[in-house]
Design a protein around this ligand. Structure first.
Ligand SMILES: Cc1cc2nc3c(=O)[nH]c(=O)nc-3n(C[C@H](O)[C@H](O)[C@H](O)COP(=O)(O)OP(=O)(O)OC[C@H]3O[C@@H](n4cnc5c(N)ncnc54)[C@H](O)[C@@H]3O)c2cc1C
Length: 456
C-alpha cells in the first residue's frame, strides 16, 4: 500500500484540504507544530477573529461544514465609521440580504476543521514540526517536538499548508527549485479585547465592523459571539508623529487612545495592560514561484501567497484554493498535472487579491473618511441596482461573488473606478450625477458578467 498524502500545517488550510482529500478516498496525515487546538488554551493577541465571506463559505460548504461552523458566526452588515469628535456613520457592505460578512473566531473554526478532518479518518500529529525536505530523494523531515525524534516521510505527495513562513517553501528555495520573496508591510498590528457589558451584551453595535480611520493608521473592531469585540490597531512600525516606536510607555499608549479613540477608552478598562501584554504582529505579502515541485510537493494557502489582511481575504482565498484543488482532484489526474494546473489557475487571481488587499488598507484607514468616497459608494450601489449584470462594486465582487475570479474583479473594478471618478468629479450628491449618461457609459465599457448567479 502506498504511503499516505502528507499535509504540513493545521491552521485554516491544512485540515480543510485534508478533509477534502480524505473524502476523495486518499489516506491523509497532517503534521502541525502547535498543540491540538481542541485542548489548548486560547492564545491571546493573535488575529482572534476573522471575516468570512463567499469564497470561504464555498470552501466550507464543499466539505459539508457549514452546519458545524454556523453557530460560531456573527453577521456584519457594513462598516461603522467612528470619526474623531463626530457621529458614527454606517456604510453597508452590499445591498442584498446575503451580502454581509461573518465574524468567526479563529480558534473555534480551527477546532471545527480539526474535528472534521479527524471524523474523515485523517491522521493528526500535533506538536510535530517540518524541518526540511530532500526533493531528489522525495522525502520530508518531521520532528516530534515532545521527544525530539525525527522521521523522514515520503512525498506521496506533500502539501505545504504551513503558513506565511512555510518550511516547505524555504526548502524548495534552498534546493534551487523555486524563488520566494516576502515583502513586509511597514505597519504592525496589536490586538485588544473589548469585554462584554455586565449584562453580557456587546458594548458596540454587533452588526458591524467598526473602524476608527485616522489617516495614516486605524483601529478596527470585529464582534465575537460571546459579547466581546476583538479590536486591532494597525500602525506604522517607526516614524513620527505616531508609530509603534513612539508607544514605548504606558503614558504614550494612553495619550494616543485618549486623543484619537476617546470613545474606545471606557470600553477597555485594562487597555494599557493589554497593550503591554499582547504581542505586536507583523504582516507581509509572499510572492513565490513555482508553488510545486513536479508531482511531489505543492504549496497552498499562505505558504504559497500570504497577503496583508485588509480585504479580509487571506483565509477566504486559502479556502478557495482548497475548492479549486478539489475540482482538480475530481478529474483524477496524476499529481503532477493537478499541481501544474493549480499553479496556472490560481497565480493571476492570488496576485490580484494581493494587490487589492494592499489598496484596501488606504481605503479603510483614510479614503473611507472622504465625502467623495461615500458618494461613489452610493453611486456604485445605485448602478448595481440599475445594471446588476454589468456593474457590481469591486468590494462586492471580491467578498460576495465567488463566481467572479479575483483577477476579473480587479479588471472590472479598474474600469468602474474610472467611470465613477468621471461621473462624480465636482459633484456632491447623487442627484447631481447624470445617471442616464453614466448608464450608457457602463453599457459601452463593461460587458455583462456571464455568471447566472449575478442575474438571480
Ligand atoms: C491580523 C490578521 C487578520 C486577518 N484577518 C483575516 C480576515 O478577516 N479574513 C481572512 O480571510 N483572512 C484573514 N487573515 C489571514 C488569515 O489568517 C490567513 O490567510 C490564513 O490563516 C491562512 O491559512 P493557512 O492555513 O494557509 O496558514 P495558517 O493559518 O497560518 O496556518 C499555518 C499552520 O502551519 C503551522 N506551521 C508553521 N510552520 C510549521 C512547520 N514547520 N511544521 C508544522 N506546522 C507548521 C502553524 O502552526 C499553523 O497552524 C488575517 C491575518 C492576520 C495576520
Amino acid at each position: 500500500m502506498s504511503e499516505p498524502v502528507t499535509i504540513l500545517g493545521a491552521g485554516c488550510t491544512g485540515p480543510l484540504l485534508g478533509t477534502l482529500l480524505a473524502a476523495r478516498g486518499h489516506r491523509v496525515r497532517i503534521f502541525e507544530r502547535r498543540p491540538d487546538p481542541r485542548g489548548a488554551a486560547v492564545p491571546g493577541g493573535r488575529s482572534i477573529n476573522l471575516a468570512l465571506a463567499a469564497r470561504g463559505l464555498a470552501g466550507l460548504e464543499r466539505a459539508g461544514l457549514m452546519e458545524a461552523v454556523r453557530p460560531l458566526l456573527v453577521p456584519m452588515r457594513g462598516r461603522m465609521v467612528h470619526e474623531l469628535g463626530g457621529p458614527t456613520r454606517f456604510l453597508p457592505y452590499g445591498q442584498r440580504p446575503h451580502e454581509l460578512l461573518w465574524s468567526v473566531p479563529r480558534l473555534g473554526l480551527n477546532r471545527v476543521l480539526t474535528d472534521a478532518a479527524a471524523a474523515r479518518g485523517v491522521e493528526l500529529n500535533f506538536e510535530h514540526a517540518a524541518r526540511g525536505a530532500d526533493f531528489a530523494r522525495g522525502t520530508v523531515l518531521v520532528e516530534d517536538l515532545r521527544s525530539g525524534q525525527r522521521r523522514e516521510l515520503a512525498m506521496s505527495p506533500v502539501f505545504g499548508a504551513d503558513g506565511s513562513g512555510s518550511a516547505l517553501r524555504e526548502a524548495m528555495v534552498a534546493a534551487g527549485l523555486g524563488s520566494a520573496r516576502e515583502v513586509p508591510l511597514e505597519h504592525l498590528y496589536k490586538e485588544l479585547t473589548i469585554p462584554a457589558r455586565d449584562d453580557g451584551r456587546h458594548a458596540l453595535d454587533p452588526g458591524a465592523l467598526h473602524i476608527w480611520p485616522r489617516g495614516g493608521y486605524m483601529l478596527i473592531a470585529l464582534p465575537n459571539a460571546d459579547g466581546t469585540f476583538t479590536t486591532t490597531l494597525f500602525l506604522a512600525a517607526h516614524g513620527a508623529p505616531v508609530s509603534f516606536a513612539t508607544l514605548g510607555s504606558d503614558q504614550a499608549v494612553r495619550a494616543l487612545f485618549d486623543t484619537q479613540f476617546p470613545d474606545v477608552v471606557p470600553l477597555i478598562p485594562d487597555l494599557v495592560a493589554q497593550f503591554a501584554q499582547n504581542p505586536t504582529g507583523r504582516m507581509s505579502t509572499v510572492y513565490a514561484a513555482p508553488w510545486h515541485v513536479a508531482g511531489k510537493a505543492l504549496l497552498v494557502g499562505d505558504a504559497a501567497h500570504a497577503i496583508v489582511p485588509f480585504h479580509g481575504q487571506g483565509m477566504n482565498c486559502a479556502f478557495e484554493d482548497c475548492r479549486v484543488l478539489d475540482d482538480l482532484l475530481a478529474e483524477r489526474l496524476p499529481w503532477q498535472q493537478v499541481f501544474a494546473r493549480f499553479d496556472a489557475l490560481r497565480r493571476e487571481d492570488t496576485a490580484a487579491i494581493a494587490r487589492m488587499a494592499v489598496e484596501n488598507y488606504t481605503e479603510m484607514r483614510d479614503t473611507v473618511r472622504d465625502p467623495l468616497f461615500a458618494l461613489q459608494k452610493e453611486l456604485s450601489l445605485e448602478l448595481e441596482r440599475r445594471l446588476p449584470d454589468r456593474f457590481i462594486p469591486r468590494y462586492s465582487m471580491v467578498m460576495f461573488h465567488d463566481e467572479i475570479a479575483y483577477a476579473e474583479a480587479e479588471r472590472r473594478g479598474a474600469v468602474q473606478s474610472v467611470l465613477l471618478e468621471e461621473a462624480t468629479r465636482g459633484r456632491r450628491a447623487l442627484a447631481d450625477v447624470d445617471l442616464p449618461a453614466l448608464e450608457r457609459a457602463v453599457i459601452e465599457r463593461l460587458e455583462p458578467v456571464s455568471s447566472p448567479a449575478v442575474r438571480a
